[in-house]
Design a protein around this ligand. Structure first.
Ligand SMILES: [Zn+2]
Length: 125
């Protein structure tokens, strides 16, 4: 019995599909992050030129990239977390109440780590 089989309420086909999708998304996010980052992980500052409008463009691009980086990093964390849960067999369980998250919800939102009920409660509190 492989470790992944512990995610028992999800069929193997669906789990494989979800895993592939998560990995594809992660590859894409890694690439997008690499495109806007330096080797040390900070956001690149691209030089367009020395004119005032060029400087303004540089700043605008830099700020857009900073915002993009935040979004990408949080997405990357979600994707890695979901893949780690598949590996350790806890994928598809609500992290708050522990119930099995319905397969349909996971197919629609593979990074989901909470059931709809807990999610709703959290958003309203
Ligand atoms: Zn829950």
């Amino acid at each position: 019995m492989t470790k992944a089989m512990k995610n028992s309420h999800i069929s193997k086909e669906v789990l494989d599909k979800i895993k592939n999708e998560l990995q594809e998304r992660l590859t894409k996010v890694d690439k997008e992050l690499a495109d806007i980052s330096n080797e040390d992980g900070t956001v690149k500052f691209e030089e367009y030129g020395n004119k005032a409008d060029e400087n303004a463009q540089e700043m605008e691009k830099y700020h857009t990239d900073l915002a993009t980086e935040k979004v990408l990093e949080s997405t990357q964390r979600d994707l890695k977390g979901a893949l780690a849960r598949i590996e350790d067999g806890t994928y598809g369980k609500c992290k708050y109440c522990g119930i099995n998250i319905p397969e349909k919800r996971l197919e629609a939102r593979p990074v989901a780590s909470a059931c709809v009920e807990c999610k709703t409660k959290l958003q309203n509190s």
